[in-house]
Ligand binder design. Structure first.
Ligand SMILES: *[C@@H]1O[C@H](CO)[C@@H](O)[C@H](O)[C@H]1NC(C)=O
Ligand SMILES: *[C@@H]1O[C@H](CO)[C@@H](O)[C@H](O)[C@H]1NC(C)=O
Ligand SMILES: *[C@@H]1O[C@H](CO)[C@@H](O)[C@H](O)[C@H]1NC(C)=O
Ligand SMILES: *[C@@H]1O[C@H](CO)[C@@H](O)[C@H](O)[C@H]1NC(C)=O
Ligand SMILES: *[C@@H]1O[C@H](CO)[C@@H](O)[C@H](O)[C@H]1NC(C)=O
Ligand SMILES: *[C@@H]1O[C@H](CO)[C@@H](O)[C@H](O)[C@H]1NC(C)=O
Ligand SMILES: *[C@@H]1O[C@H](CO)[C@@H](O)[C@H](O)[C@H]1NC(C)=O
Ligand SMILES: *[C@@H]1O[C@H](CO)[C@@H](O)[C@H](O)[C@H]1NC(C)=O
Ligand SMILES: *[C@@H]1O[C@H](CO)[C@@H](O)[C@H](O)[C@H]1NC(C)=O
Ligand SMILES: *[C@@H]1O[C@H](CO)[C@@H](O)[C@H](O)[C@H]1NC(C)=O
Ligand SMILES: *[C@@H]1O[C@H](CO)[C@@H](O)[C@H](O)[C@H]1NC(C)=O
Ligand SMILES: [Cu+2]
Length: 632
């Protein structure tokens, strides 16, 4: 009898642990338009989930199976979900970027995201379709870990997001942004900066208590500084990677970056303290007088005490001296990866292409999606899958061999900073110049300084790892990772405007292993069918000859030969934009030009890639200087 009892007990224990270590967490997301007024200035349409906005925070534990049943109830908009920072190891098809790992989910369609969460820490989720997430479709995703090295060091935890906020729908702003009337590619200026999707809020805290605070920049464009008056804290995690506990008082969170910090509250409850977020105004081409760059929310110890406004200690955000993330040491002390098997050197350029609009390029390529989502080209191309030609010229595909150590050198010929994100991996950051703080914007006035292999600072022994890292203005960074996660992974600037200008590329990582391991659910094919998108063939949807790219989507062609870029830029800034449009037309003729409303895909067929190189080198710098002069 007691034997039976024991084995029953053992079975129950097994069951209990079985469930608690690998449970399925299911979210049903009915995605529809709702209205919200988070800044108290304007009520607008936002993308809600189950008729609510802000969206639900997804919360799981390591090892859980996360299932999100998404229904696109928007009626007039395609959508998808990317689970930012999730490696999707073995489930590349659940990664989310449309035309890369799946088809856009058309209005009325259902889609199931289903994957195992094998990580810990602070993440977020957001729509990864064109012009989508800045309309509100983004929120935190937290992987709780009761075994973290700091679990017994805090009593409570909370998550706060920060973001820029526009009053118009992105698709309403986009045509004017990517247009001949905006040749400098000046990004739209947000109307507000939200703190946890609201403003002037109180976070109630108890005295003498340690909190784990998770911070996430879920915005579309602008980085933010974060500090709490008269408090310091301890960084314990960046982008899901635990770090050695490291003291700091000010953080810089670029778009998509996350920090988890431990904060011990004061012993007394006589005062409330401003939690200060300051937008990085260096990213803005102009600062409207009614735009509030810095926000005060409160660490509230006492509801009856004063709630003082932040006292700015500097005139300008660039004088704040944030903690430098490259100095962080991962808690697992993963050593510097060995010398790379494969090195990729890339340059960022902002250029005016043949339609007069400003584009973003990596080694002269402005990312332009293929006609077949790239994952399906991998799966259907058989032995040719290791030939990058299959994936087209303008998706900028780079085929990586399984388990290679990959090094990416990214040089910035542009005067703006760019937070680059790699899907499917966290990478080691091994070099970056210039450093944060006072020198960060120094290069912006001189010539770009590219990485010099023969003359660089010593690489860290235990490099910081994260999945989103800032490329400084006119500087560079160098990262390393192991190609141990077969899949098609985007590497792109997370400023949504820059991605729409083409600032991204695709790693086709271990395509042979993808073919062996991936098992793409029928649901994916159904959604493609509903949207009329093929699921076989090369980038041009050619299923006969995978190396024939005739009919592929192309980026907008280069400016016609003999065209002097400096000339047009001077012209643009001496005239009002409407007049410029007309002069531009008269001077260069209608034939080579395509106008607003047509993205890179649309214009592709008629424009020529040949003829590149004509006077296109200094447009971005020249125009930036001009626009700065205008503001001063
Ligand atoms: C989604 O929400 C909308 C608006 O409330 C509702 O009309 C629709 O029936 C819902 N659809 C699903 C699949 O739940
Ligand atoms: C949704 O995606 C389909 C397929 O790519 C495309 O034809 C359609 O124009 C998109 N719809 C919208 C509203 O962007
Ligand atoms: C999710 O994936 C797992 C593993 O492949 C599978 O067992 C399960 O049935 C799936 N769940 C749903 C809702 O699709
Ligand atoms: C998650 O946390 C556990 C316990 O702290 C640790 O052993 C494991 O390595 C972490 N996993 C990852 C992927 O970081
Ligand atoms: C931040 O907003 C989310 C969603 O609205 C909410 O659940 C959470 O409690 C807020 N955090 C704090 C610290 O108030
Ligand atoms: C603060 O908390 C610690 C234990 O967490 C306790 O030892 C200490 O006495 C407390 N201090 C005050 C002033 O409450
Ligand atoms: C709180 O009080 C304890 C005991 O008096 C002291 O050791 C500690 O430094 C105080 N903590 C803070 C955050 O002021
Ligand atoms: C704070 O905001 C005000 C008004 O927007 C601005 O004048 C000031 O320069 C800002 N301070 C910082 C440090 O950004
Ligand atoms: C090496 O780099 C440093 C820092 O960028 C620079 O000051 C120095 O001139 C360089 N030396 C050579 C030999 O290029
Ligand atoms: C993916 O999983 C394999 C084991 O199946 C492991 O070796 C590899 O490190 C993982 N890669 C990532 C990025 O999680
Ligand atoms: C980009 O184009 C310019 C002009 O044609 C050329 O000089 C340069 O080498 C190209 N860069 C790359 C990385 O292909
Ligand atoms: Cu960018």
């Amino acid at each position: 009898m007691w034997r039976l009892g024991l084995s029953l007990l053992a079975a129950m224990v097994l069951l209990f642990f079985g469930y608690s270590t690998a449970k399925t967490v299911t979210y049903d997301f009915n995605v529809t338009w709702v209205t919200a007024n988070p800044d108290g200035l304007t009520e607008r349409k936002v993308i809600g989930v189950n008729n609510q906005w802000p969206l639900p925070i997804i919360e799981v534990e390591k090892g859980d199976q996360l299932v999100v049943n998404m229904h696109n109830g928007l009626g007039d908009k395609n959508a998808s979900i990317h689970f930012h920072g999730m490696y999707q190891n073995g489930t590349n098809e659940m990664d989310g970027p449309i035309m890369v790992t799946q088809c856009p989910i058309p209005p009325g369609a259902d889609f199931v995201y289903n994957f195992t969460v094998n990580q810990n820490g602070t993440y977020w989720y957001h729509c990864h379709a064109d012009y989508c997430y800045p309309d509100g479709y983004r929120q935190a995703l937290i992987v709780h870990d009761t075994e973290s090295y700091f679990y017994d060091q805090y009593e409570e935890e909370f998550t706060v997001t920060m973001s820029d906020w526009y009053h118009e729908l992105v698709e309403g702003i986009a045509p004017d942004f990517l247009s001949v009337y905006n040749p400098t590619g000046a990004e739209p200026i947000p109307q507000a900066f939200l703190f946890n999707d609201t403003l002037n809020s109180n976070i109630m805290v108890k005295p003498n208590t340690t909190y784990l605070i998770r911070l996430i920049n879920i915005g579309a464009f602008v980085a933010q500084y974060f500090y709490i008056e008269d408090h310091t804290f301890t960084i314990v995690e960046i982008d899901g990677i635990y770090t050695e506990p490291t003291e700091a008082d000010t953080l810089y969170l670029a778009i998509a970056q996350r920090y988890a910090i431990l904060l011990t509250t004061k012993n007394t409850t006589d005062k409330n303290y401003p939690i200060v977020t300051v937008a990085d105004s260096a990213l803005l081409d102009g600062i409207p007088s009614d735009l509030k760059l810095n926000q005060t929310n409160w660490l509230q110890y006492n509801a009856d005490a004063d709630h003082p406004q932040a006292v700015m200690t500097v005139d300008d955000a660039t004088q704040l001296n944030p903690f430098d993330d490259i100095t962080l040491i991962p808690h697992d002390r993963m050593p510097l990866l060995p010398e790379p098997d494969y090195t990729l050197e890339l340059s960022v350029n902002m250029e005016n292409l043949g339609n007069g609009a400003g584009y973003a390029l990596l080694n002269n390529i402005s990312y332009t999606a293929a006609k077949v989502p790239t994952i399906f080209s991998v799966m259907s191309s058989g032995d040719l899958s290791t030939n990058s030609l299959v994936y087209g010229e303008f998706t900028h595909p780079l085929v990586l061999e399984h388990n290679d150590v990959v090094q990416v050198i990214l040089n910035n010929n542009d005067g703006g900073s760019h937070p680059f994100h790699l899907h499917g991996h966290a990478f080691q950051v091994i070099d970056r110049a210039p450093a944060y703080g006072a020198t960060f914007y120094d290069y912006a006035d001189g010539d770009p300084v590219p990485y010099d292999e023969a003359n660089h600072t010593a690489f860290p022994q235990y490099p910081a790892r994260r999945d989103t890292f800032v490329l400084p203005p006119q500087g560079y960074f160098v990262i390393r990772f192991v190609a141990d996660n077969p899949g098609v992974w985007m590497f792109h600037c997370h400023i949504d405007w820059h991605l729409s200008q083409g600032l991204g590329l695709l790693f086709i990582e271990a395509p042979t292993q993808m073919q062996e391991r991936l098992n793409i659910p029928q649901n994916h094919y159904d959604v493609c069918k509903a949207g009329g998108i093929p699921t076989e063939g090369n980038a041009a949807a050619n299923t006969e000859d995978y190396l024939d790219l005739k009919g592929q989507n192309k980026q907008v062609g280069w400016l016609p030969a003999g065209f002097t870029a400096r000339g047009i830029v001077a012209l643009v800034f001496s005239c009002v934009s409407a007049v410029v449009g007309i002069i531009f037309l008269v001077v260069y003729g209608l034939s080579d030009l395509k106008f607003k409303g047509e993205g890179a895909d649309g214009a592709a067929e008629t424009s020529e890639v040949a003829g590149k190189g004509a006077g296109k080198t200094t447009v971005a710098e020249a125009s930036r200087e001009s626009s700065n002069e205008e503001i001063k």
